[in-house]
Design a protein around this ligand. Structure first.
Ligand code: ATP
Ligand code: MG
Ligand code: FE
Length: 334
């Protein structure tokens, strides 16, 4: 059976075609970054409208690249949760219409679970059970993953997500949107030890995260207490040091919490997904930690880390169990 999957949860419009043996025939992502950049963040209403414009061309492109005609699609999959409600609605409505029109089953999958499933897809073999870390714009959470579909939350963030912290620190430093890649580039020329930024909960047994204190520490280090009149720092070593020291704090915390989760669960595999897992210093630190712990690290290639529809191949697992979505499937923001 050949699947068509749609992803519209945030600001990427994506479609993918794959088969029930998890072969990805095509994966197309239309990013809206340029539309949102001038506002310094994703504007929900603009995202929804762009999804409406882009979705059918993206679907056509995915079918064309896979060389699969629409009539050969045997199942439609969609991420219906979590995300921006208006953005999700576009994908959900299109998926329902396509499934109904084709007379094929509809499968709804969770976007966060799909971020972990991206590791399974990239590995090309079973990776469960494992510890799963999702680090994205909206989520920072550790899971015990007994199967692709049974995720038990070990702990999440109390405030900002790691990706959100990258985006906010990029704004503080005047590095633009999206922030993650910009901070990573800036940090490459800086000293990660220049500022001793807080590593919240690092020695704490709880598998929880908090990044808002770190973000505020960067703000004060940048401007002092007089943040109202602050303008971003000019390019130079000071700005690079702030970026590098911030990034080092995030990497230290994420790496330590993964180590604690591996020890606590006794599992020996770590699967990491979400946009922040594209960060090279994070990938290197996780790799070094896993080698020391005797664990196996699974991180997908960059294109599967950020939002895409191929990772919705998680739908194959539900399809095998005949867990189909009802025709009145709804978008669930949380
Ligand atoms: P969610 O999956 O929680 O709904 P999302 O879909 O917006 O959120 P992703 O597309 O998975 O998230 O990831 C986007 C986030 O990843 C952004 O916050 C971005 O700054 C961050 N990011 C992307 N590349 C990097 C990088 N190289 N280093 C650090 N962060 C990065
Ligand atoms: Mg995005
Ligand atoms: Fe995502």
């Amino acid at each position: 059976t050949t699947f068509l999957a749609l992803e519209t949860s945030c600001d990427e419009t994506a479609a993918a075609v794959f088969t029930d043996d998890l072969t990805v025939l095509s994966s197309v992502v239309a990013s809206q970054t340029d539309l949102h950049a001038r506002f310094g963040g994703v504007v929900p209403e603009i995202a929804s409208r762009a999804h409406l414009r882009n979705l059918l061309p993206v679907v056509d492109e995915a079918l064309g690249r896979a060389n699969v005609p629409l009539r050969d699609i045997g199942c439609v999959a969609v991420h219906n949760t979590p995300g921006l409600v208006g953005a999700l609605l576009v994908g959900v409505s299109a998926a329902k219409a396509l499934a109904l029109g084709l007379g094929v089953p509809l499968v709804a999958v969770n976007h966060v679970a799909s971020h972990i499933f991206a590791c399974r897809l990239a590995a090309g073999r079973d990776i469960f059970p494992c510890v799963g870390l999702v680090v994205s714009g909206g989520h920072t959470a550790l899971f015990r993953c007994d199967t692709a579909l049974s995720l038990e939350l070990l702990g999440g963030t109390r405030d900002d997500a790691a990706g959100e912290a990258f985006d906010k620190v990029a704004a503080i430093l005047g590095l633009g949107f999206p922030g993650g890649p910009a901070v990573e580039r800036e940090a490459a020329g800086g000293n990660p030890k220049a500022h001793a930024f807080p590593r919240t909960f690092i020695d704490d047994g709880r598998l929880e995260f908090s990044f808002s204190g770190l973000k505020t520490a960067v703000l004060y280090a940048c401007h002092g207490q007089d943040v109202k009149r602050a303008t971003p720092p000019p390019p130079g070593p000071r700005r690079a040091d702030l970026a590098a020291s911030f990034q080092a704090a995030v990497v230290d915390v994420l790496t330590m919490k993964c180590k604690q989760a591996l020890r606590k669960t006794g599992l020996t595999r770590l699967a990491v997904g979400g946009g922040v897992s594209a960060n090279k210093p994070l990938r290197a630190a996780l790799q070094a930690m896993c080698v020391k712990e005797g664990a196996e690290l699974l991180i997908p290639p960059l294109a599967l880390c950020t939002d895409n529809a191929a990772m919705a191949a998680l739908a194959v697992e539900k399809w095998k169990r005949s867990e189909f979505a009802p025709p009145d499937l709804d978008a669930e923001p949380n």
